[in-house]
Each structure stands twice: as structure tokens, then as C-alpha cells.
Write a protein that binds this ligand. Structure first.
Ligand code: GLU
Length: 468
């Protein structure tokens, strides 16, 4: 049995886009399912548009998503000698030829074809040239002039392209740089790729690549062309729709497992199942169940999945990610509750980790008093209850949620107040606002020193702010 080898082959001309991440995920999953090899190849031959920052952005994105590769990263710019050698071989075998046609001639040809409503294509003038021409030249692949190229796309099904439709593709430019379709062919061949899983924007390149592979005596890999991702308006997903870069999703507070789960389902299904662990996916993922139709990105569903994973993932792992957000916000987490405890307390009311981090500042920094909340809840009438609670908490032997709860209920009974009447002033006193986890848990997480200090500050504020 042949060993499956897949590759993700991004061009480093920007960040890692969610569409690219989904392709990488499919390649990764299929390789893992088949106990094969997943390769990362950086297609950086476009020297003007490729940047080291983009390479880093791709590596960072893959790393954050935990899509580790078994081989690579291979850089095409490091393989120019190899491309030249293969081009030379094709030239020597008469499967490629030198084309001396000037830019002007090609432009004229193109204009003529456009006016005649013909498909613009090279007319093959240099194909049978015997004499060596003058000036600079490009290398063109001698594409077959008749017959068809046929392949069974693993997603689209059987596809046939007529060779008459394909012209003689440039494989080397006049400056000696290889072109995309050629480097892909040489690499897929050298790297013994068995399954090319990529975006369907490459579908028209496939027959050209197959022809070159055949000319080299190579067996073409199998191809699976994945439909694109659309925005909510049905247009191709782009920046206009909001976040598209993987690392931007990190900044917005998504967990990598939520994004992966979302992306795998966006274009693939296993019955009605929505939630998949990576282990499950390695078992269940298959290429034939990738949808043929493009899928639209749905932010609400991603948020839902994210909250699911915030609630159910290993808290130590979620804590690592939350720590990253806290640090970015300039919050020192060394003084305050353990993040794992905080996550348990806040998961119900946080769809993203950024939201959680923003809602949790008061556990680590000072409480910022909201004027309206203070005016409404820190009243003259609230002062005796806050004072009694503060005093009892100061000497409370066991700083547990249960014991704190008991203090609050006892004070409420003593002062003949409803629990709700007393909990909200305490909440405003210690958090500065009206929303937090249950009051006993909030106090427990805050710790005695901060709780007592803030209650004292709040008692001083009681009755000072007037409701208008
Ligand atoms: N480098 C190409 C791209 O980023 C992908 C080529 C391929 O997968 O064959 O679109």
C-alpha cells in the first residue's frame, strides 16, 4: 500500500487566512487518518509579494492551531537549482522549448484574440523554430495539441479538459525564475505527494500540471479541490467580512480547538454531528464527505462552539490561552485567583476569552466604580449591611464559598433584608459593577484582603453619589 503524503503549500503573501487554515486542516487530518505524512511547503517564488513576516505569520498560525507538520517547511526559493535541472531535462528531451516572442508581439496577439472574442492563448510560433533566436527567451512547456486530460477529482468527480484549450505554458521566465505551475509539479513529484488537497481556485491549473507530470514520467497524485469559503453575503470571504486571519481569531478570544472544529464542519460533515475532538476527526474525516458547494462563514456558530470549548476543554489549556489575553491587556495575574478557578466561574457568561479577560480585571487590578451602579446600590441604607458583612468577613475562619455565603445570609436575617437586597451592594462594592459570578464565589476568588479593603472603600462611598 502506498503511504499517503499530503502537503499544505501556502504562498507567503499575507497572513494565514481561515480558508488556507481549513485546507491545511484537511491535509493534516487525511495524513493522520491514513498514518501518512503531512508536509509544509512555502511557495515563495513570487519574490515581490513574498515576505519573511508572512512566512512567520503562517508558521505562527499553524503552530497555534497545533497543525504540526512531519516534513518541512520546504522553501521553493531554496530549490531553484532543482527547477533549472528539470527544465533543462524537458528542454533536452524536446518537451519544452525556447520562446523568443517579445512582450509586444504577445500583447498584440492577445489584443487580436480579444477582439475576435477568442480565448487569449499563445499561438505556438516558437514551438517548431529550428534556428536559435535572438535576445532573451522564456521556456515553454510543449503541451499536447490533441486529446484530453482526465482526472477523477475526489470531491468534484470526473473532470475532462481538452488539450486544445491549454496553451504552451511558460515554465521559466526570461530572468530564469520558475513559474508557479512548474514549481508545484516538480515539488509534488520530488516530495512524492499522493493527495493534493487545495482550493478549487487551482482547478484549471490541474490539467496543465498533470501534463507536465506525465512528460516527466511521473504518476500524477490524486486531486481534491475544496470549494471556497463565502461571507454571509454570499461573496468570497474577505477582510470586508471581519476577521479572516487565523491570528486575528486568537486576538478576538477564540480557542484553537473551536476554530478547528468550526473550520472542519465548514465544508465537511459527518451526519448531524457538530462537536468533534481531533482524535475523533482523525478517525471520521474522509475526503468524499467534503461538500461540493461553497459554504458561508457563520460567526454565531463559531461563538457557540467557542463557548462550548471554553466550558469543556482542559482548564489548564484554556488558562494558558487566557493568560495570553490578560498579559496583552496589561493585567498582572500573579496577584489574584488561579486562572483555572476564574475560568470555571466565568465560562457561563463568556463567549470569548477576550470577553472573559475584560470581565475579570477586577480580580487582579482595582475595582473601577461605575457611577450609576454606585448611585443605585451604594446607598445610605446599604451601609449597615456592608459594614456588618465586612466585619464578619474580617474574622471569618474558613475563607470558603459556603462560609462566605453563611455570613451574608446571617447578616441579611439580622437586618431583616432580602438576600437580593444585600448581594447587589456587596457586588458593586467589590467589583465596581452589577455583573459578576455568584456573590459568594466572587468574594472567595477575590480573597479576604481585597474583599475587606473594597468593602471599606465602598462603605465610604455610601450615600455620596445621588441618583438624579
Ligand atoms: N501556493 C498556492 C496558493 O497559496 C497553492 C498551490 C497548491 O496547493 O498547489 O494558492
Amino acid at each position: 500500500m502506498t503511504v499517503v503524503r499530503t502537503r499544505f503549500a501556502p504562498s507567503p503573501t499575507g497572513y494565514l487566512h481561515v480558508g488556507g487554515a481549513r485546507t491545511a486542516l484537511y491535509c493534516w487530518l487525511y495524513a493522520h487518518k491514513m498514518q501518512g505524512t503531512f508536509i509544509l511547503r512555502v511557495e515563495d517564488t513570487d519574490l515581490e509579494r513574498s515576505t519573511p513576516e508572512s512566512v512567520q505569520a503562517i508558521l505562527d498560525g499553524m503552530n497555534w492551531l497545533n497543525l504540526n507538520f512531519d516534513e518541512g517547511p520546504f522553501y521553493q526559493t531554496h530549490r531553484f537549482d532543482r527547477y533549472h535541472a528539470v527544465a533543462e531535462q524537458l528542454l533536452n528531451e524536446g518537451k519544452a522549448y525556447r520562446c523568443y516572442c517579445s512582450k509586444e508581439r504577445l500583447e498584440e496577439l492577445r489584443n487580436k484574440q480579444m477582439t475576435n472574442k477568442e480565448k487569449p492563448r499563445y499561438d505556438g510560433l516558437c514551438r517548431d523554430r529550428q534556428a536559435v533566436g535572438e535576445g532573451s527567451y522564456v521556456l515553454r512547456f510543449r503541451n499536447p495539441t490533441d486529446g484530453n486530460v482526465h482526472f477523477d477529482d475526489l470531491i468534484r468527480g470526473p473532470l475532462t479538459f481538452s488539450n486544445v484549450e491549454l496553451d504552451d505554458l511558460i515554465i521559466m521566465r526570461s530572468d530564469g525564475s520558475p513559474t508557479y505551475n512548474f514549481t508545484v509539479v516538480v515539488d509534488d513529484w520530488d516530495m512524492q505527494i499522493t493527495h493534493v488537497i487545495r482550493g478549487d481556485d487551482h482547478i484549471n491549473n490541474t490539467p496543465r500540471q498533470i501534463n507536465i507530470l506525465r512528460a516527466l514520467g511521473a504518476t500524477p497524485p490524486l486531486y481534491a479541490h475544496v470549494p471556497m469559503i463565502l461571507g454571509s453575503d454570499g461573496k468570497r470571504l474577505s477582510k470586508r467580512h471581519g476577521a479572516v486571519s487565523v491570528m486575528q481569531y486568537r486576538e478576538e478570544g477564540f480557542l484553537p480547538e473551536a476554530l478547528l472544529n468550526y473550520l472542519v464542519r465548514l465544508g465537511w460533515s459527518h451526519g448531524d454531528q457538530e462537536i468533534f475532538s481531533m482524535d475523533e476527526l482523525v478517525n471520521l474525516f474522509d475526503i468524499p464527505h467534503i461538500n461540493r458547494a461553497p459554504a458561508a462563514f457563520n460567526n454565531e456558530k463559531l461563538l457557540w462552539l467557542n463557548q462550548h470549548y471554553i466550558k469543556t476543554s482542559d482548564p489548564a489549556h484554556v488558562a494558558e490561552e487566557l493568560a495570553w489575553h490578560m498579559e496583552k491587556m496589561g493585567v498582572d495575574i500573579s496577584q489574584g485567583p488561579a486562572l483555572t478557578d476564574l475560568i470555571k466561574a466565568q465560562a457561563e457568561r463568556s463567549k470569548t476569552l477576550r470577553e472573559m479577560a475584560e470581565k475579570s480585571r477586577y480580580f487582579y487590578q482595582h475595582a473601577e466604580y461605575d457611577v450609576d451602579a454606585v448611585a443605585q446600590h451604594l446607598t445610605i441604607e446599604a451601609a449597615p449591611a456592608l459594614t456588618a458583612i465586612r466585619d464578619d468577613l474580617t474574622t471569618l475562619a474558613d475563607w470558603s464559598k459556603e462560609a462566605i455565603h453563611q455570613v451574608i445570609t446571617q447578616v441579611a436575617e439580622k437586618l431583616a433584608l432580602k438576600l437580593g437586597k444585600i448581594a447587589q451592594p456587596v457586588r458593586v462594592a467589590v467589583t465596581g459593577n452589577t455583573i459578576s459570578p455568584s456573590i459568594d464565589l466572587t468574594l472567595q476568588l477575590l480573597g479576604r484582603a481585597r474583599t475587606v479593603e473594597r468593602l471599606t472603600t465602598a462603605i465610604g462611598l455610601c450615600g455620596k453619589e445621588k441618583v438624579n
